[in-house]
Write a protein that binds this ligand. Structure first.
Ligand SMILES: Cc1cc2nc3c(=O)[nH]c(=O)nc-3n(C[C@H](O)[C@H](O)[C@H](O)COP(=O)(O)O)c2cc1C
Length: 315
């Protein structure tokens, strides 16, 4: 049997070993419990839980979801139970699961990111942190993610105060992701998650106003796949930490493209809403692909489509 195992935090003392490279994306898989009655979630590589904030949040006003060609716009606005309830009610269950659960952390300030990270440190059931510096749907949600200095500062502050593997989730709402990506990698991140949603808009022509109550929302789904893939491909040669690819991944072929573009693992987001078995199908598909290609390990294809370093230096 080919091995699908990957480690998405090899530079962390304990690493973050996954049995396969397929993770469910934050905000599209609830707290995992919602899907646990539908299938065995321990088959997954990992679960990225819905973003957690210091205080509980009710999220934005409705409507906050709109279907658009090739995907959806959402402006949920970080609805969540808050970090105390997460520790009290969700983490104890996660601790009994045979799958790492990653806490997606959203703060309104550097201090808040650090406080949440400290509260989650050492909590059984929390395997890693994913710093969400890339939410387009709340005021100031992109402040950290669009500025290399601020992105580096929050990464460094959290990495100094947390003993957990640290993934930093980047935004595509920049002209060039590379300065933020390298700043975050230099500041102590163990992995990069590329990417969060793209800011977008739909108009309700009957009402003559934006379809979402907030106006703009975050675009996700197959419509964004080529953009996410381009970001992974351009950032991968610049950093020596793993990349987790996210954006429009719904099939084995999609996942393979991201792995070949340099991602060590992938996250499945919007696809969970139109095919709840997509992550399982991708895991089975990757195994079949390795067997067909005669690969001993999925790791053999990571970065296969990247230009060789020599080609890059002469480009
Ligand atoms: C309804 C919804 C809620 C989301 N909530 C979060 C969140 O809480 N934290 C986060 O980092 N990303 C959140 N995302 C972004 C996804 O995790 C993912 O980065 C993005 O949707 C792109 O992947 P996809 O095209 O596979 O959906 C959300 C996306 C959707 C569609």
């Amino acid at each position: 049997m080919p091995s699908l195992a990957v480690n998405i935090a090899p530079q962390h003392p304990t690493g973050l070993a996954l049995k396969n490279p397929v993770i469910t994306a934050s905000g599209t898989f609830g707290y995992g419990t919602e899907y646990a009655s539908i299938y065995d979630v321990s088959c997954l590589g990992a679960i990225a839980a819905k973003a957690v904030t210091l205080e509980p949040r009710r999220g934005n006003a409705m409507p906050r979801i709109e279907e658009v060609p090739g995907g959806m716009l959402n402006a949920i606005g970080l609805q969540n139970v808050g970090v105390e309830a997460l520790i009290r009610e969700k983490a104890p269950l996660w601790a009994t699961w045979d799958v790492p659960v990653i806490a997606n952390v959203a703060g309104a300030s550097l201090e808040e990111y650090v406080t949440i990270a400290e509260m989650l440190d050492g909590v059984p059931g929390i395997a890693a942190l994913e710093l969400n510096i890339s939410c387009p749907n709340v005021a100031h949600g992109l402040d950290f993610g669009t500025d290399p200095t601020m992105a580096g500062a929050v990464t460094e502050a959290v990495s100094e105060r947390s003993s957990l593997p640290l993934i930093v989730k980047l935004t595509p709402n920049v002209t060039d992701m590379r300065p933020v990506a390298t700043a975050v990698a230099d500041a102590g991140a163990h992995a990069l998650a590329i990417m969060n949603t793209l800011s977008g808009l739909a108009i309700d022509i009957e009402q003559k106003r934006p379809a979402l109550a907030t106006g703009t929302g975050g675009l996700s789904g197959p419509a964004v796949r080529s953009i996410a893939l381009r970001f992974v491909y351009t950032v991968a040669p610049l950093v020596d930490i793993p990349i987790v690819g996210i954006g429009g991944i719904g099939t084995t072929e999609d996942a393979l493209m991201f792995l070949m573009a340099g991602a060590t693992a992938v996250q499945v987001g919007t696809a969970n809403f139109y095919n709840h078995r997509a992550p399982l199908e991708i895991i089975a598909g990757l195994e079949a692909y390795c067997a067909k290609e005669g690969l001993a390990s999925i790791q053999e294809i990571i970065g296969a489509a990247l230009p060789q370093k020599a080609e890059l230096s002469t480009a």
